[in-house]
Write a protein that binds this ligand. Structure first.
Ligand code: GLN
Length: 454
């Protein structure tokens, strides 16, 4: 099958099913098919690599030249990017096809995709359920087979939580491996792009393309290239799996607990051993995250002022009024809430009490993990405390929504790689994810561990 045929098939499926799912904000058949035809030429010329001609959905947080790039916000509802993000460039060089831009929570702030200016996304397993967020459109697109794979970004769990709730696999690599250039910034010290796909094997092929040094991102790491698929077949005998007792405590629902227990049994059968570990400061991850992420967001989002790009109010009296009205109209309630919290914790008089304190706790959380890795090779637990909740169930209660990331946000605070893989179904037949956290740069080992289960 040619890339042009494959791409046409997916475009047709999207046309048929997206009105129901709302997984894509933008589809551009002309641009996608042009890439498919170029890929077919690469293939004919013998220049194909594993992703050449493969339709991949791009989260609408990645700037892609000629594509509307909204970040799920009214603020950018008219922004056609004049340039490609580092990640998009790498996919283009590999000959992959951009099959469309996926729906997401506004500026990646959310856990259910309900904060998107473009409306919520449905969970393909149960249309009453949320797909998770913020990469909800990406997770839905992969689960509903509207794309072969997708990109996501993860600031506190936004790749892993939607992957878990939609029954697919997703990995947040070690901070600094994937370029943030052209990836619209939320909380720069936590944001990391990564792939979402059906299997660990697919994630490895995607990582091989996505990872790489980019001088335009000041936190991009310069490391020797590795093949993330190299260890997929390794046996797991002797692997020590750490189970943090803080993650196996109250809060986890029974259906999730039993699915995780079953998965761990499978790992024991594969020759791994489990050891109890402790991450005493891990329960602080959510409060720390909700000081630091809004602080960074309030600074990053100051660039949206209605002057250079994005939404500008139609009528205003002077410059300050133009800023005020443009931002009041362009941002939704969750984004405004974050800007207010962030501005508050950074303000004179509160900076030491909140921001500095959170930074210190961030350090302690990282130390917990460093200590734990003396007793185990890899850490496992649930990705989320419950299966997907219903649309509308938590959208009126920010604190309940924030708790969706109770297990995932520590990996962003420490910069460690973490992934979610599907391990069965729970209440109402909704999917459950196993969370696998690795030490820095252990992606190949994590993919091996995931692949052996799958
Ligand atoms: N749910 C978290 C938040 O709302 C994390 C989002 C993300 O990882 N982008 O901030």
């Amino acid at each position: 099958i040619s890339s042009t045929e494959l791409t046409s098939e997916f475009l047709q499926r999207i046309q048929q099913l997206n009105p129901e799912y709302n997984a894509f904000i933008t589809v551009n058949e002309e641009l996608s098919l042009a890439q498919a035809r170029a890929a077919d030429q690469m293939i004919a010329a013998g220049q194909a690599s594993p992703l050449t001609g493969i339709p991949i959905a791009q989260k609408d947080i990645f700037c892609a030249k000629g594509w509307l790039t909204t970040c799920g916000s009214k603020m950018l509802s008219n922004f056609v990017s004049p340039y490609d993000a580092g990640v998009i460039e790498r996919f283009n060089q590999a000959g992959a096809v951009n099959i469309g831009k996926t729906n997401m929570d506004e500026f990646a702030m959310g856990s259910s995709n309900e904060t998107s200016y473009y409306g919520p996304v449905k969970n393909p397993w149960d249309h009453a359920a949320v797909p998770g967020g913020s990469s909800g459109g990406a997770a839905c697109a992969v689960a509903a087979r509207l794309a072969c794979a997708a990109t996501g970004t993860d600031t506190g769990g936004s790749i892993r939580q939607p992957a878990a709730l939609c029954g697919i696999s997703g990995i947040k690599p070690t901070y600094g491996l994937v370029s943030r250039y052209g990836m619209i910034a939320f909380a720069s010290s936590l944001d990391q792009g990564g792939p979402m796909a059906k299997s660990a094997e697919d994630l490895a092929l995607l990582l091989n393309v996505m990872v790489g040094f980019d001088p335009r991102d000041s936190t991009s790491l310069q490391r020797e290239a590795e093949d993330y698929a190299r260890d997929l077949q390794k046996p797991l005998a002797g692997l020590r799996i750490g189970l943090p007792k803080e993650y196996f405590a109250a809060g986890m629902s029974n259906d999730v607990a039993s699915a995780i227990e079953k998965a761990l049994d499978e790992y024991r059968k594969l020759g791994a051993q489990t050891v109890e570990i402790s991450l005493p400061n891990a329960p602080l991850a959510i409060p720390v995250y909700y000081v630091l992420a809004p602080a960074e967001a309030s600074s990053n989002l100051s660039r949206f002022d209605g002057v250079r790009y994005g939404h500008r109010a139609e009528s205003y009296s002077d410059l300050a009024d133009m800023y005020r009205k443009s931002r009041a109209q362009g941002f939704g309630p969750e984004v405004k809430r974050r800007i207010l919290i962030g501005t508050y914790v950074l303000s004179h008089g509160y900076y030491d009490a909140y921001y500095i304190k959170a930074q210190k706790l961030r350090r302690l959380i990282a130390q917990d993990f460093a200590d734990a890795y003396r007793q185990c090779d890899i850490i496992m637990g649930p990705t989320t405390p419950t299966v997907a909740f219903n649309l509308g169930e938590k959208s009126g209660d920010p604190i309940q929504m924030y708790l969706s990331d109770i297990y995932t946000s520590a990996a962003n605070l420490t910069g460690m790689p973490a992934m979610s893989i599907p391990v069965g179904f729970g209440d109402k037949n909704r999917p459950i994810g196993l969370h696998i956290i690795g030490n820095y740069f252990k992606e190949a080992q994590m993919l091996n561990v995931a692949h052996q289960y799958q």
